[in-house]
Design a protein around this ligand. Structure first.
Ligand code: ARG
Length: 419
């Protein structure tokens, strides 16, 4: 009988390497591995070859960096998606894309199942599985790490017994790390104590602010309809721009975040993030929006942004609501064209200037100097009507208190009669 095929999301680490052998044995299946290159760095060709050594029948390396930047990161940037005000969602945004490629490979290979290496405690299992279900509910989903009961040392033993190369894998792992173009997420080890300051070895994308240059670096970012298109006047595609900005901002110690976050599965976890480019682009994008969006659009968009970031975090990328919000956000970006200047200095990222041909900031209306065109007289009538509701309410309170003979005659804000 022909063996079933399983497509496994492969990282080259201990768990997914053990999973190749474990899945093949347990399910009597052929394993096709997929490494999605989302900008995690490292020698991915070597990782691809390792899967074959461990026993995969086919090992695929798919470069999806461009798609990740343009179809996942860019909409999130336009939507100012930041979970709990701290996390730029680097890991969360990559999962639906990896799930999509898993499904595509499963179709190409006539596979019946997909598998991933996530544990039962995290958000990523949810993101992978909800995405796969949305894209092809007929595919089976297997999560070996939820099924087996390996400890780290018994997994190493299993690897040794089955000739799985350990390539420097050690019994005590310092941190759990996920990395891509948009940032790096680091947890576990000493970081599990939320009182402990992150040791220096946690960071890779950012120089310590203490060691960073004593001279500020200025970067000017050009936006077109919400999309960053140039740095310091040099036009480049979005992927290249992210890489370049990661280097510049990272060298100035920008983009470090220490956050205790609320996971979807109900637990709080402490995570360190590094996202230099994201930190700069979010501030810059927000600064430009504040210049060109009307107050109503801006305030309404803030409500939507919170929802959007939750949907990304909670694994609901492939949902009609996310698509509908994207349509709204795209419409708000029509005028988000202009330039923003940011100052990067020893870990801080501050706004140094912004301008746009669509600016709604009208100096003649705003100025307190000569040349003011604002109609001061009109303010009087405006205030009368704007405050009419609360004025009427206040009059009624005073009248009621007086009628009830309250000693304060309703003059106190907290009157015993009306409270
Ligand atoms: N907490 C982040 C999220 O749920 C990152 C998860 C992966 N982190 C890690 N260090 N392996 O999106």
């Amino acid at each position: 009988m022909k063996k079933e095929k399983i497509v496994l999301a492969y990282s080259g680490g201990l768990d997914t390497s053990v999973a190749i052998k474990w899945l093949a044995d347990k399910y009597n299946a052929e394993i096709v591995t997929l490494i999605a290159d989302v900008g995690q760095g490292g020698d991915l060709e070597k990782v691809r070859a390792k899967a074959l050594k461990v026993g995969a029948v086919k090992s695929i390396l798919a470069d999806v960096k461009e798609e990740f930047a343009s179809q996942y990161i860019l909409p999130a940037l336009k939507a100012n998606a930041v979970y709990e005000g701290s996390y730029f969602l680097a890991t969360a945004l990559s999962r639906p894309l990896i799930a999509k490629v898993l499904v595509e490979v499963a179709h190409q290979e006539n596979a019946t199942a997909i598998a991933h290496g996530c544990t039962g405690k995290g958000n990523d299992q949810v993101r992978f599985e909800v995405s796969v279900r949305a894209l092809d509910p007929s595919l089976k989903i297997i999560a070996p790490a939820r099924e087996w009961d390996f400890t780290r040392s018994s997994a190493i033993e299993y690897a040794k017994t089955h000739g799985i190369p350990l390539d420097g894998i050690v019994a005590k792992k310092t941190y759990s790390i996920d990395q891509n173009l948009w940032g790096r997420s680091i947890e576990c080890g000493v970081l599990e104590d939320a009182w402990i300051e992150p040791p220096d070895d946690v960071y890779e994308m950012t120089t310590s602010p203490l060691a960073a240059s004593n001279t500020p670096a200025y970067v000017t970012i050009d936006f077109e309809k919400g999309k960053p298109v140039a740095i310091n006047g040099e036009a480049m595609d979005f992927l290249e721009l992210i890489n370049k900005l990661n280097a510049i901002a990272g060298a100035n110690g920008v983009g470090r975040v220490d956050h205790v976050e609320n996971r979807l599965v109900g637990i709080k976890s402490r995570e360190i993030y590094e996202s230099p480019a994201a930190a700069v682009l979010f501030d810059a994008h927000n600064a430009l929006e504040s210049l060109v969006l009307t107050r109503d659009t801006s305030h309404f968009k803030k409500l939507i942004e919170q929802k959007y970031s939750e949907m990304v975090y909670f694994g609901l990328w492939y949902s009609p609501l996310r698509e509908a919000i994207d349509a709204f956000v795209t419409s708000t970006q029509k005028m988000v064209t202009g330039q923003v200047r940011m100052k990067l200095y020893k870990g801080s990222c501050t706004l140094a200037g912004r301008k746009s041909q669509f600016s709604l900031y009208d100096n003649k209306l705003a100025t307190y100097e000569a040349g003011d065109t604002f109609n001061h007289k009109a303010a009087e009538g405006f205030i009368q009507l704007w405050g009419l509701g609360v004025q009427t309410y206040g009059t009624m309170l005073r009248k009621t208190a007086a009628e009830k003979n309250c000693t304060c005659k309703g003059k106190k804000q907290k009157c015993s009669v009306t409270d």
